[in-house]
Design a protein around this ligand. Structure first.
Ligand SMILES: Cc1ncc(COP(=O)(O)O)c(C=O)c1O
Length: 403
């Protein structure tokens, strides 16, 4: 391919595609969000007020779940989901290594043992066949991760969990707004957890939630996220000796969300359709452009999943490139396109190595890790921003490409 002067990547002496840096993710807040927060600041309650109930109702409407419990972050959501599932010492829980560490740490919090299953090489989500192969008599649950926002194979995972009497939890930190087989994420697994960290599709700074259709699990989620304390008389072991009376039934945690965060999240959820549509539009443009570049691969879309993508993963094709992932990453940075890598396989971390996990457990996940990077994707990106990213990838791939 002939290389025009303006096709020379910045790292090789060309002019960067843009002057201002663009980051891989960013929150979007508007006047309605500011007002919602200010109204709470001027109100009676900063915590334990009416906004929590309002938010939880809204989460039920958005996800189609019967019950929702708001918590302080996505990690807390995973922790209480494991507690509600009864995970305890020695129990095994199968999850993906291509995720944020919290998806496995939550099992360790309960003295259980995370077991890593490999991913599907096309979708990058946990491979149901690999899950099957990891089941032992100690397995109690599966935590499927809707990596990048694309739903896990819920049909297969449900089947496996039913066959083996396992609890199915989905870590849907990435997939707020995604629809699987006509139903929103949050209404299908036994429990679904969400995160509302600022790079996610909707945010309240720090925040999380668990949704479920099971009343017993709902009661347990409530207990574990509110100190193990209840004011519900029907759950108490003793007769109340006054209107102040409450009981602690479990060793729970203070994982409450504040009224300020709840109000912000309600306002953000009002914009979910808009956020989702723009993310889908950007992904469509990326997919269209990148599927024409032989040096890179795009994540395959799962037919059943109408995906609101939180992360956009570009996978390099090493045999068609003279540079590796680290150099490609540096070349994009030189163009002022700031990327990231999601994720380092969890069991690579020294903490996990000390627990006995070793490289080689999930070869497909490890290969993906070597070849991927995360490109900018967020609601506030302009069409020009999207074009800059595409141009940068194109010029780097062309310049460093080989046949
Ligand atoms: C897949 C996944 N699970 C869990 C979490 C934890 O969420 P939080 O940061 O809200 O604790 C994250 C957060 O980034 C995540 O990406």
């Amino acid at each position: 391919m002939k290389k025009e002067a303006n096709e020379i990547p910045a790292i090789a002496g060309g002019t960067p595609v843009r002057e201002k840096k663009i980051f891989y993710g960013h929150q979007y807040l508007d006047e309605a969000d500011y007002r919602a927060v200010l109204d709470v600041l001027k109100s009676e309650s900063l915590t334990c007020g009416p906004k929590i109930g309002e938010l939880e109702e809204k989460l039920c409407r958005v996800t189609g779940a019967k019950y929702a419990v708001s918590v302080s972050n996505g990690t807390a959501a995973l922790h209480v989901a494991c507690l509600a599932a009864g995970i305890g010492p020695g129990d095994e829980v199968i999850t993906s290594p291509i995720t944020f560490a919290a998806s496995a740490n939550c099992v360790l919090y309960c003295q259980g043992r995370p077991v890593f299953a490999d991913i599907d090489d096309r979708t990058y989500n946990i491979d149901p066949e690999s899950v099957r192969s990891r089941i032992t008599e100690k397995t109690k649950a599966v935590i499927g991760v809707d990596y990048t926002g694309q739903s896990v194979n819920l049909k297969e995972l449900r089947k496996i969990c039913e066959e083996h009497h396992l609890t199915l939890i989905t870590d849907s930190a990435h997939s707020m707004g995604t629809i699987y087989d006509g139903k929103p994420t949050g209404s299908i697994a036994d429990m679904t957890t969400f995160s509302f960290h600022p790079v996610k599709t909707v945010t309240c700074g720090e925040g999380g939630a668990v949704t479920t259709n099971d009343e017993r699990l709902y009661q347990r989620l409530l207990l574990f996220s509110r100190h193990g304390i209840t004011r519900d008389r029907s759950l108490m072991e003793n007769e109340p000796d006054g209107p102040w009376y409450y009981e602690q039934l479990e060793l729970g945690y203070n994982y409450r969300l504040t009224e300020i965060q709840a109000a912000l999240l309600i306002s953000q959820l009002d914009k979910l359709d808009r956020f989702a549509a723009r993310r889908k539009e950007i992904v469509r443009r990326y997919n269209e452009a990148f599927s024409r570049i032989p040096q890179v691969r795009v994540q395959e879309e799962v037919e059943e999943s109408d995906t609101v993508r939180h992360l956009y993963i570009l996978r390099l094709v090493p045999k068609r490139l003279k540079i590796d992932r680290r150099e490609f990453f540096a070349a994009l940075e030189a163009e002022n396109i700031c990327c990231n890598v999601h994720y380092i396989p969890t069991y690579y971390f020294p903490y996990y190595r000390k627990l006995g996990y070793q490289k080689g457990l999930c070869p497909r996940a490890e290969k993906l890790y070597d070849e991927m990077l995360t490109l900018p994707l967020y609601y506030g990106m302009s069409d020009g921003d999207v074009e800059d990213v595409i141009r940068a990838v194109r010029r780097i791939a062309a310049y460093y490409g080989k046949d």
